[in-house]
Write a protein that binds this ligand. Structure first.
Ligand code: NDP
Ligand code: GDR
Length: 374
């Protein structure tokens, strides 16, 4: 069995990647080790694609979300293959080399420093990866002579809407980013539009609202909550500390959203699409819903930084506010209108809020039961 972390540095499933000719659809995914990259890779393998992914060298294993793909039956079936390449969005030469070798028909640019709060501390790095990284990838495509054959998906974000200009937000809503992350992503959004117009590239912006799953990174708020609920339920943790619990987010499921990415690249003309559920909820509502999954009713007492969430039955404080999780500038309300995607792509979400919370809590309960140190 091939492993994602073999010693050669080039990793592939046991089925060999053919070198040229009629290889069918070939996808290259940057950020394949992330939440979305892992679901997208699964989705494309099931569609019969050859899937190539760019991974970063790390001092420990960073491929836990995609390890199972080596065992996936589809990764060994005729025409469906899986291969990883070392690379980095800050390194143009490796991007050129990988694109020249892979000759993808579709590129999904998902790689990013994707944490909004962290982007205030790593602002220059975030701009380098999330803004210039996109430019490097687009120019690598041009260098390799694939400008008019490759289809390009850019992971744009509802964070570009930032400070509320209009509710709900749609493709025509003015942007007002509120973090170095949002600003960097706005550069990428515009460079996609510019290369589409200047070089006739098939390049799309998917303006995706928050999407979550059991594979969500542990420091994003939903996963932080579901992990804490599981640990508190199992007696492994006492309290959950959060920042702004009045922020409102339009939360969908990552599985639904990767399908929308693919749909955007199957259209006649490249365009930009909002992907959302059309429902928004406060962080505090997510907390209540998650605790409910383990039979705990949370009641809120106090206000501001002194507000607490108590277990109604026992009176024990389970949630506290810690200002260290506040952001210098916050995005208060996100609510997406995805009418364009529904009508032009035929996309609609399968998961709702309750299904998402349930799946995430159940998954973390299983994980913590199995490995309390996780
Ligand atoms: P994750 O943070 O889970 O994954 C990010 C991926 O990018 C990881 O594979 C990471 O690698 C990789 N990466 C980071 N820096 C670099 C670099 N310098 N060079 C190469 N790869 C790098 O994000 P998600 O899967 O949640 O999101 C995917 C994309 O969609 C991101 O661009 C994000 O900004 C955007 N987005 C996400 C939304 C969401 O709600 N999830 C909503 C809207 C947009 P490693 O594993 O090594 O860290
Ligand atoms: P977001 O997601 O910033 O919307 O970016 P995150 O889950 O980090 O925050 C959502 C909201 O919750 C509030 N919050 C907290 N957030 C975190 N992380 N930790 C806390 O303890 C906490 N307490 C309250 C935040 O202030 C915020 O208002 C995500 C990322 O995936 C981006 O890459 C993506 O572009 C956007 O979603 C759409």
């Amino acid at each position: 069995m091939a492993s994602a972390n073999n010693e050669s540095g080039i990793c592939s499933s046991s089925a060999e990647i053919k070198s040229s000719g009629d290889r069918g659809k070939i996808a290259l995914i940057t950020g394949i080790t992330g939440q979305d990259g892992s679901y997208l890779a699964e989705f494309l393998l099931q569609k019969g694609y050859q899937v190539h992914g760019i991974i970063r060298r790390a001092s420990t294993f960073n491929t836990h979300r995609i390890e199972h793909l080596y065992e996936h039956p589809m990764s060994h079936s005729e025409g469906a293959k899986f291969k990883l390449h070392y690379g980095d969005m800050t390194d143009s030469s490796c991007l050129v080399k990988i694109i020249a070798e892979v000759k993808p028909t579709e590129i999904y640019n998902l790689a990013a420093q994707s944490h909004v709060k962290v982007s205030f501390e790593l602002s220059e790095y975030t701009a380098n990866v999330d803004a210039l990284g996109t430019l490097r990838l687009l120019d690598a495509i041009r260098t390799c002579g694939l400008t008019n054959s490759v289809r390009f998906y850019q992971a744009s974000t509802s964070e570009m809407f930032g400070k509320v200009q209009e509710i709900p937000q749609k493709e025509t809503t003015p942007f007002y980013p509120r973090s170095p992350y949002g600003v960097a992503k706005l550069y990428s959004y515009w460079i996609i539009k510019n290369y589409r117009e200047a070089y006739n590239m098939f390049a799309c912006n998917g303006i995706l609202f928050n999407h979550e799953s059991p594979r969500r990174g542990e420091t994003f708020v939903t996963r932080k909550i579901t992990r804490a609920v599981a640990k508190i339920h199992l007696g492994q943790q006492e309290i959950l500390e959060l920042g702004n619990i009045d922020a409102e987010r339009d939360w969908g499921h990552a599985k639904d959203y990767v399908e929308a990415m693919w749909m955007m690249l199957q259209t006649k003309e490249p365009d930009d699409f909002v992907i959302s559920t059309g429902e928004t909820h406060k962080v505090r509502k997510f907390v209540v819903a998650a605790f409910k999954e383990v039979g705990v009713d949370i009641v809120w007492e106090g206000s501001g930084i002194n507000e607490v969430g108590k277990d109604k039955r026992t009176g024990v404080v389970r949630v506290k506010i810690n200002p260290k999780y506040y952001r210098p500038t916050e995005v208060e309300t996100l609510l997406g209108d995805c009418t364009k995607a529904k009508t032009q792509l035929g996309w609609k979400p399968r998961y709702n809020f309750d299904m998402l919370v349930k799946e995430m809590v159940e998954s973390d309960l299983k994980l913590m039961n199995f490995n309390p140190q996780a």
